[in-house]
Write a protein that binds this ligand. Structure first.
Ligand SMILES: [Zn+2]
Length: 176
């Protein structure tokens, strides 16, 4: 079994140190249950999910900016929406709250893993080829999420191919 922190202990430690402020704020993943439009693909932290549910049950869109259609209103009258989730679901990208952008718990599908791998591969072969700079807590968190996802042998090979190019900034640049 591939355990990133055992194979790259120094890199793992510096990523963990940089990502610490993000890890402190990760929230359990939630979504609007029984949404009249079905699965909207929107994930939320618990606080924002409660607000979205309150907005919808008050006859507004999740963000509270517009009124629902008559069909949607009828649907909620029959079956009010509710705060659903709270366990770790699977996502096609690293999940973040639709409203406040905080990272959410979740495991990554193959689609998400391949997307992340491609992202780093493109960086590695770009004009500033050779270096993948990890300069913010968010970037450090995202790389750890990828490295610690359940990778296939092929995905491990792709990860290991760019890992030597990764440089972790020791201090974050403000305003970036
Ligand atoms: Zn939120």
């Amino acid at each position: 079994m591939y355990i990133f922190r055992d194979i790259h202990p120094t890199l793992h430690a510096s990523l963990m140190a940089l990502a610490a402020p993000v890890f402190d704020k990760v929230e359990p993943d939630h979504w609007v249950g029984s949404h009249p439009d079905g699965d909207t693909g929107d994930e939320y932290c618990p606080t924002c999910c409660q607000k979205a549910v309150d907005n919808i049950n008050a006859g507004k869109t999740a963000d509270g900016t517009e009124s629902l259609s008559n069909d949607q209103l009828e649907a909620i009258q029959e079956e009010p929406v509710f705060v659903d989730g709270g366990w770790t679901s699977e996502y096609d990208k690293i999940p973040r709250c639709t409203t406040c952008d905080v990272f959410l718990t979740g495991s990554l599908t193959d689609t998400a893993i391949d997307g992340e791998l491609s992202h780093y591969e493109q960086h590695g072969s770009g004009p500033e080829s050779g270096k993948i700079e990890i300069s913010s807590p968010e970037k450090a968190y995202e790389l750890l999420e990828l490295a610690e996802a359940g990778l296939s042998d092929n995905q491990i090979g792709r990860l290991e191919a760019f890992i030597p190019s990764v440089e972790v900034a020791t201090q974050t640049v403000k305003g970036e």
